[in-house]
Ligand binder design. Structure first.
Ligand code: URA
Length: 438
């Protein structure tokens, strides 16, 4: 008979730099899920993992145990291949909103479970909820029905999917143990693999507005994510993309929904569409509906010109209870009381737009939260943002600030004036789509 596994022994093994056995990892995850480990024991092991790291086999074991801590959705009733994409989070990153319907319009089901924004990055669920009536909290049965209906569902994490992650992420958030590659890998992949997908594409961001600013470290995360997901039998690729300036010209929930609808109408900003195509191409190729990225590109472009992606978006909004009239009348989205241009201090060219500075301004306006339970204002943010390299006249608008309160407007104005730098020439930017891994 094997001896019982005590939390303190498992913690001590990792504290001393040892390798945990699958049984020890399972005991830890079970302890997080059923409450049999105290929070102090869970956080002691999280900190030991943070400091000592994990082997690829341990990370794979942790991912599997976390994925199996709840239901693994069975979507085998869907005839189409099933693909998802996950972004490590950026500023103005509204890509899921239009990419998912584009991919669904090309014959690939997209069962997407997204998160809320925390800190300076925005969350897809918050953006969707800017659409009046839109429900992100579907039960697993409703999720399956929505997928059967239109091949597309964008929902929040349910209590049934990867509950261990919910517990462990909340503890990591308040114990300085978020920035650990094995813990991030297991957290992201446990949720994604529990969705019932066949293939996965990851948008791993680096740069000033990214959760992991250093490119080499973001690359390390991308490699680890691809290795673990592949070891678990899910064909996966990661696209390493730059997040120095915000994506597109809008930051803020309703403003980003409107910009995403523009993308679906073929009028999306060039940078947003470049990342959209890079991710969509990999999704279609991995899912087997296109032989090459170039062929996938043609299919995705056709979904825009033929209006099939916009129709998928309409079906998704209707199916999830949203006011479908916003698709043709974006003026029905929540709008801020004050809409004020930010004048350029001099004539010249936009030298840099600090994504993090813009995000902090949006946060101050009320678009973000510092705690998961904080309310957000869907109407506020920034629109008409100039991009690096664009010319501006003295006093011309660098962006338009959308605010519902004068004090927040004044602070956001100062943050934006510092974030958007006008000079003689554009600053150097890394390639937007830097590398494809996997
Ligand atoms: N996103 C997640 O879902 N988990 C992490 O650990 C980090 C980012």
């Amino acid at each position: 008979m094997s001896s019982p596994v005590y939390p303190q022994h498992i913690i001590a093994r990792k504290r001393d730099g040892g390798v945990l056995t699958p049984a020890e990892i399972e005991a830890f995850v079970r302890g997080a899920t059923d409450g049999s480990w105290a929070d102090y024991q869970l956080t002691a092991l999280l900190m030991a993992i943070f400091l000592r790291g994990m082997t690829p086999e341990e990370t794979t074991g942790l991912t599997t145990a976390m994925m199996r801590s709840g239901t693994v959705a069975d979507l085998s009733f869907l005839p189409q291949p099933k693909a998802d994409k996950h972004s490590t989070g950026g500023v103005g990153d509204k890509i899921s909103l239009h990419l998912a319907p584009m991919v669904a319009a090309c014959g690939v089901a997209v069962p997407m479970i997204s998160g809320r924004g925390l800190g300076h990055t925005g969350g897809t669920l918050d953006k969707l909820e800017a659409i009046p009536g839109f429900r992100v909290n579907l039960s697993l049965d409703e999720y399956r029905a929505q997928l059967a209906g239109c091949g597309l569902a964008l929902i929040g994490q349910t209590a049934e999917l990867a509950p261990a992650d919910k517990k462990l992420y909340a503890l990591r958030d308040v114990t300085a143990t978020v920035e650990s590659i094995p813990l991030i890998c297991a957290s992201i992949l446990a949720k994604k693999l529990a969705e019932g997908i066949d293939v996965l594409v990851l948008d791993v961001k680096f740069g000033r507005g990214a959760f992991m600013p250093d490119r080499a470290r973001a690359r390390e995360l991308a490699l680890a994510l691809v290795a673990v997901a592949t070891a678990l039998g899910k064909p996966t690729r990661a696209v390493l993309t730059a997040m120095e300036q915000p994506l597109g010209r809008a930051v803020g929930h309703a403003l980003e929904v409107a910009e995403s609808i523009d993308c679906l109408r073929g009028r999306g900003p060039a940078d947003t569409m470049a990342v959209t195509y890079a991710l969509g191409e990999q999704m279609l190729v991995l899912a087997g509906v296109a032989a090459t990225p170039a062929e996938a590109h043609r299919q995705l472009a056709a979904s825009l010109t033929q209006g099939t992606a916009l129709e998928k978006f309409r079906q998704m909004v209707r199916g999830q209870g949203g006011d479908v009239r916003v698709v043709d009348e974006p003026g029905r989205l929540p709008a801020a009381r004050l809409q004020v241009p930010l004048p350029a201090p001099r004539a010249g060219m936009v030298q840099g737009v600090d994504a993090r500075g813009v995000a902090l301004a949006a946060l101050r306006l009320g678009a973000g939260r510092t705690r998961v339970s904080d309310p957000i204002d869907p109407a506020v943010g920034v629109s008409h943002l100039l991009k690096v390299g664009e010319p501006v006249a003295a006093g011309g608008a660098l962006c338009v600030i959308h605010a519902n309160d004068e004090a927040a407007l004044a602070e956001a104005r100062a943050l934006l004036a510092a974030a958007i730098v006008v000079g003689e020439a554009p600053g150097a930017l890394p390639p937007l789509v830097a590398e494809i891994i996997g």
